[in-house]
Design a protein around this ligand. Sequence first.
Ligand code: ZN
Ligand code: ZN
Length: 279
Amino acid sequence: MILPRRTSLQFPNWEVRAVPSAHSGMLFMETLGYPLPRTTICACSECGEVFPKIESMEHHQMVKHAVSELAPDDSSRNIVEIIFKSSWLKKDNPICKIERILKVHNTRRTVQRFEDYRDAVKIRANNNAKKNARCAADGNELLRFYCATLNCSLGARGSSSLCGSLPGCGVCTIIRHGFQSSKVSGVRTTASSGRAHDCLGCKDARRAMLVCRVIAGRVKHATDVVTTEEDDGVGLSNGGSYDSVASYGGIYSNLEELYVFNPRAILPCFVVIYKALES
Ligand SMILES: [Zn+2]
Ligand SMILES: [Zn+2]
């Protein structure tokens, strides 16, 4: 799998090894009773725990094996570190320290919903007289950042479990339940990690930066937006036939801030756990 093909950071051919593990590697065991019926149980491919139903095993994997830490010599880790640091606006001053980088193991269902959403955007683009080539090709996929609070020891000492502090812990809530979108303003994603950091209205030094694949679809630019209400100072209206709204041009991209209406369009892939060294 190659992702993303083109990003706002122009990062070429990001190779990430085939979605491994937790949620794709199910192991089925069949016990054949005599003469019949036969029963099917399934075992977690990560820890071996056995479940009577696939649903209960999937729930177990979603909570217990949601992430895994990338080793220092993992090529994906180096790439994520580079894109995290290179889009930090004050990168000349080291103002944050990376503690660890985790890979998110999304469930099959989550990945399928993301791909279904992409297909819907592509079909709409192909049926539109003014065809947008990017939307028709891949749904206009972009690499985006989202900063979340972190109130647990996710990733520490190999811990892959999501915490139960919901909704108190931002990153665990998002990985477990997906992004929550207001129909009016959507989910704010940013082109740079620094901007995402600044957007999170909290003073916690330790935070989680989610690196996400986003199907931006048809992007409405802020100058075209008819403001209907001031929503947390942003003032966006749902863009009608648009899938997302760009509201703020920055140093790195004219899509510095992109509000995505449908949370299914956002797939968190990596989590950078870091500590801000100054405010
Ligand atoms: Zn397990
Ligand atoms: Zn947590």
